[in-house]
Design a binder for this molecule. Structure first.
Ligand SMILES: [Zn+2]
Length: 710
């Protein structure tokens, strides 16, 4: 049986194979939109991880005829077939690839490569000898856009400085783009939050340049204070990357705040921030600008104009989910509050005024720019139909929705939005499982089963929920899906799910997990990789009872009843870690798979930290249970030792480890520092440090979740 993911629309298996061959001999047939030189260049690019297939022995070649034209081909969606689809016919004498447009050509080549790599991976050592199954494949996506949202910068300066892809240079981004194309993903919504990762001469203080950071120096076992600049500020590669993406049929949108975290402006000019209600306890007053200040509006529009000029295909503008208060300065009271019945409504009125100006500004630079918003996410989650009707009336009709409801509401809520806006304006939903993992300080979380008592978690995001959303989105024939990909290393399964289910596959998820691992890693290694990913049990450090600072993304507090589950994970640890290391060694010896090494490094680190965290939890539960003061003190010592052991492992490989507090609110994705404060306060009740270190800046907008809803 032929495995091809994203699952092809129609596969006719002829039951045989070609003879063995060493070279795919590409030959030009009818030329359409791509000339022969471009076809060869694109093919070389698509075979990025299997160049030997295009450079093998010409005496052992299988001809591949490249034919433009799809007339007469039957398919469920002829428009998408022409735009992005292809026909691949494989017989013993050779291959014919038929296509009409650039994306179809690339998608067809990708499928051809994937049919080869399954054979290649089955051969230890990856010998450059191939066979192909004889078949006829007619394939196209079910919806036009399959997007992922990677991070180019994320809360930079506001609570983080960078991890994973935010630290990449050009080469790493090209490699990631190739992985996207391998799953037929055709749009990147690149997140830029915080200090701008591009040059902006008019406002140099808002740029991600020379920002102070402490990095761990293992050689001397000490922190070094250095100045860090975003790799794109150092090397200026973004323009080349956008050009390459466009050539490969991939659109790239800038995913930025509508009025939040826009460059370093509110860090460097605190007086420009919104005015919170007097005496309120809201911590996140530092990311949004007062929109009654003309200089602020000029800055925001200059920012958007500059981004449009960089070559992005459009914008995803995210409205902050903070709806509990809005700027209370005199001018904002007069302009917005006076016409609104709640702070959320005042914010909304102001934001829609701003949206119209951004819309006009970016369309003046690029009349084709896609403009989308991610809005209306704050409680109440179930919207009044009249509210939605007003939203439709208040926006230009070609502003797209990069968010529509899915989680924490009945399925009918999505139908309500489709009825109000139309399915063709919906380009994304709540498929943020990977983004939730990226709040957890580099631990591993993909599947429900990676958590203790998943059913009790207030945040339900997991790959299973992402897949359910994609399935219903495609069933409703929306325009696009968007899957979050804030971290890549170790978390590739999320991306594969976005690609496969966005294409229109309805495969049973368990079958998909197995087949996708076999497609990437071969039938021998694939199932072993999947067993590792599903076997990891991750507890976040904040899940112990004595850690009281909110962390809404994995908030289920551990109890004595969880001890048997934790002990089972302790018993399984040595096996799991040795399997991670055995697989890493086998990948390292394989010419095509050795590029996956960073994924294994991350998994090795995460699993070792998990083991330290199990000790942390057991010690913390001992502390809670003990009444004898000496036993309690001893338990706290064990908590502290486990906290240090966990952080020592993290220090081996991660960059962004210490609290960032440039806004005045300290925050860190590593619970280590906050736990140290909690332990100090428990031991020294007479010398309390009352200032918590927030559990990641993004947690502040989500505290309603751990309070049980609205
Ligand atoms: Zn104001």
């Amino acid at each position: 049986m032929i495995t091809l993911l994203p699952e092809a629309k129609s596969v006719d298996e002829f039951g045989g194979t070609t003879a063995e061959f060493a070279l795919l001999d590409l030959r030009p047939g009818t030329i359409g939109v791509l000339d022969w030189a471009e076809q060869r260049a694109l093919a070389a690019s698509r075979f990025w991880d299997l160049p030997s297939a295009l450079s093998g022995d010409p005496d052992s070649a299988l001809p591949v005829l490249l034919e433009s034209g799809l007339d007469g081909v039957a398919a469920a969606d002829l428009e998408l077939l022409r735009e992005q689809g292809y026909v691949l016919e494989i017989v013993p004498e050779g291959v014919t690839l038929r296509y009409e447009q650039r994306q179809g050509f690339l998608n067809g080549l990708t499928s051809l490569k994937l049919l080869l790599t399954t054979q290649d991976a089955a051969t230890p050592g990856g010998a450059a000898s191939f066979v192909l199954p004889t078949c006829r494949i007619v394939d196209h996506p079910a919806i036009p856009v399959r997007a992922v949202a990677p991070t180019f910068s994320w809360y930079a300066g506001y609570g983080r400085l960078g991890f994973d892809m935010q630290l990449w240079g050009y080469e790493e981004w090209v490699s990631y783009l190739n992985h996207c194309l391998d799953y037929k993903i055709n749009q990147l919504n690149m997140v830029m939050y915080g200090y701008w990762p591009f040059e902006f001469d008019k406002y140099p203080e808002t740029v991600f340049r020379d920002i102070g950071v402490e990095i761990w120096n293992g050689e001397n076992a000490r922190w070094l204070k250095v100045k860090f600049s975003h790799p794109n500020i150092v090397d200026g590669y973004l323009g080349h990357f956008l050009d390459l993406a466009h050539r490969l049929g991939v659109k790239v949108l800038a995913y930025v705040g509508l009025n939040s975290y826009n460059g370093g402006w509110t860090i460097k000019h605190p007086e420009k921030r919104m005015t919170p209600p007097a005496g309120s306890g809201f911590l996140n007053d530092f990311d949004s600008l007062c929109l009654s200040d003309d200089e602020n509006v000029t800055y925001l529009l200059d920012s958007m104009r500059t981004i449009a000029g960089l070559g992005f295909d459009g914008f995803t503008l995210e409205e902050s989910e903070e709806g509990f208060w809005f700027c209370e300065c005199d001018r904002c009271r007069g302009r917005w509050h006076a016409r609104a019945s709640s702070p959320g409504e005042a914010k909304h009125l102001a934001n829609w005024w701003l949206l119209q100006q951004i819309y006009d500004t970016v369309r003046a630079v690029n009349p084709q720019a896609i403009v989308g918003i991610r809005a209306f996410r704050q409680p109440p989650l179930e919207k009044d139909p009249e509210f939605l009707a007003e939203a439709v009336r208040s926006m230009p009709s070609d502003v797209m929705l990069f968010w529509a409801p899915a989680l924490y509401v009945p399925p009918t809520e999505f139908d309500k939005w489709i009825a109000a806006f139309g399915a063709d304006r919906i380009w994304g939903r709540d498929s943020e499982s990977n983004a939730i993992t990226s709040t957890m300080g580099r631990l591993f979380r993909v599947f429900d089963r990676n958590l203790v008592r998943y059913v009790d978690e207030p945040n339900v995001q997991s790959i299973e929920r992402d897949i359910e959303q994609h399935l219903t989105s495609v069933a409703k024939r929306v325009h696009g899906i968007n899957g979050y990909m804030f971290e890549w290393f170790g978390l590739f399964m999320h991306q594969w799910a976005h690609g496969n289910y966005g294409w229109g596959s309805r495969l049973d998820p368990d079958r998909f997990y197995l087949l996708s691992c076999e497609q990437a890693f071969g039938p021998a290694l694939g199932p072993r990789v999947l067993a590792v990913l599903r076997g990891i049990l991750t507890i976040h450090e904040s899940q112990i009872p004595l850690y009281t600072t909110p962390f809404p993304f994995q908030a289920n507090t551990m109890t004595d009843a969880d001890i048997p589950r934790i002990r089972a994970a302790i018993d399984d640890h040595e096996h799991l870690l040795s399997e991670i290391r055995a697989l890493r060694a086998q990948f390292a010896a394989h010419p095509r798979l050795r590029t996956w090494d960073n994924h294994w490094a991350r998994l090795d680190n995460a699993e070792r930290r998990n083991r330290a965290i199990y000790d942390l939890v057991l010690a913390a539960l001992d502390y809670e249970r003990s009444v004898d003061p000496e036993a309690r003190a001893a338990a706290l010592d064990r908590v502290e030792a486990a906290n240090e052991a966990d952080f020592a492992i993290a220090k081996e490989m991660f960059f962004d480890l210490n609290p960032v507090g440039e806004t005045g609110v300290r925050s860190c994705m590593m619970p280590y520092h906050e736990l140290k404060r909690v332990l100090r306060n428990l031991r020294h009740p007479d010398a309390q440090d009352p200032n918590p270190i927030c559990s990641g800046i993004e947690a502040l907008g989500w505290l309603w979740l751990s309070n049980g809803g609205e």
